[in-house]
Write a protein that binds this ligand. Structure first.
Ligand SMILES: Cc1cc2nc3c(=O)[nH]c(=O)nc-3n(C[C@H](O)[C@H](O)[C@H](O)COP(=O)(O)OP(=O)(O)OC[C@H]3O[C@@H](n4cnc5c(N)ncnc54)[C@H](O)[C@@H]3O)c2cc1C
Ligand SMILES: NC(=O)c1ccc[n+]([C@@H]2O[C@H](COP(=O)([O-])OP(=O)(O)OC[C@H]3O[C@@H](n4cnc5c(N)ncnc54)[C@H](OP(=O)(O)O)[C@@H]3O)[C@@H](O)[C@H]2O)c1
Length: 343
């Protein structure tokens, strides 16, 4: 599912000259019908009349709605929702404000949005596409870019900034470039690209199985659930890593659990545990899933995210239940295709 979304995004989105051409082409496409009348006076009049009628209807509809809202709720009119910084129609340039180390290989990057009073516009669940120039091609007439998706870990309502956590790989093209950024440096991003829409209280229990940087979409979902006191969903998170140092967002996760002991339970699992480690050890197994995940039922949902091998041991890929295999650990334990979603 992501592959097609990503390739569509990448095809639409390269920066510079190509972006300009592609946007112009799209604009021409949308303006096609109007364009046919461009040179006729009659067409112009019809277009102006049409726009005036549509504008009037929109104004009337909004005023009526606003009046109703004021009458029903007794609230002040004209409360505007904040402007969204990101768009799917082009790249937005963000400026790095600060970073925070997360173990040896990962960092949290906080970027300023273009305006202080904007929100990013990402929703749960969604990710953003980043674009970095391939080193050495910056000065070329046609630079080469690496496009990679990252999942924001800041809350939807955060104003003025967006946070991503990026794990660095030794030969990783984007992760190495992003890790080399210093406060004040720029990063081009586009989005949000939505994966699924979370609705409060749609499940009684949610199970999350994450590994490595696969925690980021879970963290986004945890923000959404736990920041909303009306949402009574209970969450069990099983988070797998190699070493204790590799656990990302640990402090933040533990703060969330401490504030919401009734709603969030976290279990860590390590493949290289320290001596006296009291939580789970080894790779994720059927027994671990049975012990830590909520029981299969129509009111339960399990989300999975991590390295491909781990995901395919647990279930087949994709949120689309009709593509699912039947031989993953989750299916073996009785979770049906609809109650499992791999991100
Ligand atoms: C929807 C989505 C959201 C994502 N969100 C995040 C996020 O929030 N945070 C995050 O850190 N990542 C996230 N990723 C992964 C991210 O997009 C990149 O794939 C990752 O940063 C590696 O990119 P790279 O350019 O550095 O490495 P690449 O240039 O793609 O790979 C080059 C080399 O890096 C090494 N490498 C790359 N990936 C791995 C791996 N998984 N395991 C071992 N070695 C590897 C290998 O040596 C590989 O040959 C997400 C992926 C998806 C699909
Ligand atoms: N779709 C999304 O929204 C999204 C978001 C973020 C990240 N991701 C993906 O998540 C992955 C995270 O990779 P990472 O480098 O952070 O992970 P990692 O550190 O390499 O691995 C994390 C844990 O997973 C275990 N593991 C690896 N392969 C396994 C398998 N086949 N079966 C069971 N357990 C396995 C590892 O065990 P060992 O120690 O034994 O290797 C380790 O304990 C990346 O592929 C990234 O693209 C996706």
């Amino acid at each position: 599912m992501f592959n097609s979304a990503l390739s569509r995004a990448a095809a639409k989105a390269p920066t510079g000259l190509f972006q300009q051409t592609s946007l112009n082409a799209q604009t021409r496409m949308y303006m096609g019908a109007a364009g046919r009348y461009r040179n006729s006076r009659c067409g112009k009049k019809a277009l102006i009349l049409g726009l005036a009628v549509a504008g009037g209807a929109y104004y009337y509809y909004n005023r009526k709605n606003e009046k109703n809202r004021v009458a029903c709720e007794g609230i002040e009119p004209n409360i505007k929702s904040p402007e969204k910084a990101l768009s799917l129609m082009g790249w937005t340039t963000l400026t790095l404000r600060e970073t925070q180390d997360m173990g040896e290989n990962a960092k949290l990057f906080r970027f300023n949005l273009p305006k202080e009073d904007q929100v990013s516009g990402h929703t749960t669940s969604s990710f953003i596409m980043t674009s970095v120039v391939k080193p050495g091609t910056e000065k070329n007439w046609w630079p080469t870019y690496f496009y990679r998706p990252y999942t924001p870990v800041s809350a939807e309502g955060d104003v003025g900034h967006i946070d991503i956590v990026v794990k660095k790989y030794k030969d990783g093209n984007s992760s190495k470039s992003i890790h080399s950024l210093k406060p004040g440096d720029k990063l081009d991003v586009m989005g949000p690209l939505k994966t699924f829409k979370y609705q409060e209280n749609s499940y009684k229990s949610i199970g999350m199985i994450a590994a490595g940087s696969g925690i980021t979409p879970m963290f986004q979902l945890l923000h959404k659930i736990l920041d909303n006191s009306e949402d009574k969903t209970k969450v069990n998170l099983l988070y797998c890593n190699r070493t204790e140092d590799d656990i990302l967002l640990r402090k933040e996760l533990e703060n969330m659990a401490a504030k919401n002991p009734e709603r969030l339970q976290i279990t860590y699992c390590l493949t290289q545990p320290p001596l006296n480690w009291e939580q789970e050890s080894g790779r994720v197994s059927l027994d671990m899933v049975k012990k830590h995940m909520p029981e299969p039922s129509s009111a339960t949902k399990i989300f999975v995210c991590g390295p491909e091998g781990m995901v395919s041991t647990l279930t087949s890929c994709g949120c689309w239940w009709f593509f699912k295999r039947k031989d993953g650990i989750l299916e073996e334990l009785g979770y049906d295709g609809k109650s499992v979603c791999s991100l």
